[in-house]
Design a protein around this ligand. Structure first.
Ligand SMILES: [Zn+2]
Ligand SMILES: [Zn+2]
Length: 148
C-alpha cells in the first residue's frame, strides 16, 4: 500500500497518510488559519481520518473553535493538522510538514476575504470566500472561536 509520510521539525512526531494521493490540497487565508499557523495562510492536504496513522509520537491538540481541532507538536510547536470534529470530516496535514510537499499542489483557496493584499501566488487557482454558500453560512453561524 502506498503511504505519504511527514512529521514535525524536531522528529518527535511522524505520520503516514495511507492513501495513493492527498485529497483537496488547498490554502486557507482566513484569519483563524493565519493565527493558528503564525503564517500568511494555512496550506493543507487531507485524507479520511481513518487513513492517517501516527507512526511516531502523538500530537497535542488545540480546539481553535467549538467545531475544529488543530494538532501540533508539543515539543517543537510545528502545526501539523486541522480537522473539523465531525467523524466523517477529513483530516488535513500541513503541506509543509509532508516529506514531499510537491505531492500537494493546491487545487483551491479558501478564506479569500482575509487574503493579505501583498500575498501574490497561485493566482490562477480558484478561490472561495468563507461562508459563501447557505450551507456554509449555517455551519459557521454555530461557530464559537477559542482564539484569544
Ligand atoms: Zn516536534
Ligand atoms: Zn482557515
Amino acid at each position: 500500500m502506498t503511504s505519504i509520510p511527514g512529521g514535525c521539525q524536531c522528529g518527535a512526531i511522524r505520520y503516514a497518510m495511507h492513501v495513493p494521493r492527498v485529497e483537496k490540497p488547498h490554502v486557507c487565508h482566513c484569519r483563524m488559519c493565519q493565527r493558528a499557523t503564525g503564517g500568511l495562510f494555512a496550506a493543507l492536504a487531507g485524507c479520511a481520518k481513518s487513513k492517517l496513522e501516527w507512526t511516531k509520537g502523538q500530537p497535542a491538540f488545540f480546539a481553535s473553535s467549538n467545531l475544529a481541532r488543530r494538532g501540533f507538536c508539543r515539543d517543537c510547536g510545528t502545526p501539523l493538522t486541522f480537522a473539523y470534529d465531525a467523524p466523517e470530516a477529513r483530516i488535513y496535514v500541513a503541506i509543509g510538514s509532508m516529506d514531499d510537499p510537491e505531492l500537494a499542489g493546491i487545487e483551491i483557496q479558501y478564506g479569500l476575504e482575509a487574503r493579505i493584499g501583498w500575498v501574490k501566488f497561485c493566482e490562477d487557482v480558484p478561490g472561495e470566500v468563507t461562508g459563501d454558500s447557505p450551507a456554509a453560512q449555517e455551519f459557521f453561524a454555530g461557530m464559537v472561536s477559542n482564539q484569544g
